[in-house]
Design a protein around this ligand. Structure first.
Ligand SMILES: O=P(O)(O)OC[C@H]1O[C@](O)(COP(=O)(O)O)[C@@H](O)[C@@H]1O
Ligand SMILES: [Mg+2]
Ligand SMILES: [Mg+2]
Length: 351
């Protein structure tokens, strides 16, 4: 149910209200409480900066080939320890090669990116944590069973941004809410009961250094955004790229825009960089619940089914007008049709 509490209401009260309205959410609420507890701990550590030690110290490689930084491992250990005390049977974590089995009889499974935006560790920039909660499917022969369902199976999803403020963005399947950590009390408090992504926007987020590797439709779309009022989109765009999915998506959820991490021609990047289970699917649910859209360029993300826990998926999400426009380019269409004949490069009114 949509949260109807006043701004400043503690997360605990909002969760209790949601469970009262829909008792089926009781276990998901317990998982969210556990994750929020870990986030309070990690937020305090990140807030100490270099005084907390070298959080960027390089360790082993994870299963996706990324170097694990000290904070990646600390966050993984903190959140999986918290989930031990929650009704969770399986965890798919970015920092564990295989599915982790916690409480075998528990009803839920959690996919988690314990520390998102790792390239920003150690440089005082925003990082975060992403999670999606699904029903646990008891199949002793297949540890992946709980995670090989479409994203629509998610009961709840959220992310935490450790930025200037520590924020929790959450959906229980009926709207997207934001909370901010009240550091004095150590509790998250409601700041928006219903986030809403504007349908149209003039801001895009993409790692432009990969432009030469992009597919033709992405290249054409970004080039037309860059042509501004002189091109078929007939409006001037701004670009923002924080290299921290949580922070980029929080901006899109707050003021609109489009985020793209498409597939590209680099080795192992045919399906982009982001992982379907613990990055793309939770973000897609949050964005859709806020009125936006999320596709892989053409197909709705929440209809995709993973076949492995670290499988990647391209992501195009945010304001519906932009996400639909990207799909038009993928379908080989041209956005010229919607453009006023009076303006733009070839328009009558351009000097
Ligand atoms: O370095 P790139 O290619 O710009 O990729 C940045 C993207 O990679 C990520 O850092 C991947 O997440 P992890 O840090 O959890 O591996 C996203 O947060 C971000 O959007
Ligand atoms: Mg990540
Ligand atoms: Mg990560």
């Amino acid at each position: 149910m949509a949260i109807s509490a006043a701004i400043g209401t503690p997360l605990e009260t909002c969760l209790a209200q949601a469970v009262e309205a829909n008792p089926a959410l009781k276990d998901a609420a317990a998982v969210i409480r556990a994750i929020a507890g870990s986030a309070v701990e990690i937020s305090a550590l990140i807030g100490r900066g270099a005084l907390g030690g070298d959080l960027a110290a390089a360790g082993d490689h994870n299963s996706d080939g990324d170097v694990q930084k000290a904070l990646d491992v600390i966050a993984h250990e903190s959140v999986t320890a918290a989930l031990q005390g929650a009704p969770v049977a399986e965890v798919a974590s970015e920092e564990a090669e295989e599915v982790m089995r916690l409480n075998p009889d528990a009803p839920l499974a959690v996919a988690i990116d314990p520390l998102d935006g790792s390239s920003n560790i150690g440089v005082n920039m925003a990082v975060g944590m992403i999670f999606g909660i699904r029903p646990s499917i008891k199949d002793p022969a297949n540890p992946l069973a709980s995670f090989t369902t479409p994203g629509t199976a998610q009961i709840a999803a959220g992310f935490v941004t450790y930025g200037p403020a520590t924020a929790l963005i959450l959906t229980l399947g009926d709207g997207t809410q934001s909370y901010v950590l009240d550091r004095a009390e150590g509790v998250f408090r409601l700041t928006s009961p219903a986030m809403s992504v504007p349908a149209s926007a003039k801001e895009y987020a993409i790692n432009a250094s990969n432009a030469r590797h992009w597919d033709a439709p992405v290249k054409a779309y970004i080039e037309d955004c860059q042509r501004g009022t002189e091109g078929p989109r007939d409006k001037d765009y701004n670009m923002r790229w924080l290299a921290s999915l949580v922070a980029d998506i929080q901006r899109v959820l707050t003021r609109g825009g489009v985020f793209l991490y498409p597939g590209d021609a680099r080795k192992n990047y045919a399906r982009g960089r982001l992982r379907l289970l613990y990055e793309v699917a939770p973000v897609a649910m949050l964005v859709e619940q806020a009125g936006g859209a999320a596709t892989d360029g053409q197909t709705r993300i929440l209809d995709l089914v993973a076949t492995g826990i670290h499988e990647r998926a391209p992501l195009v999400c945010g304001s519906t007008e932009e996400v639909d426009c990207v799909a038009t380019y993928y379908a080989g269409g041209k956005p010229d049709a919607g453009r006023s004949p009076l303006f733009g490069q070839r328009g009558l009114m351009r000097s």
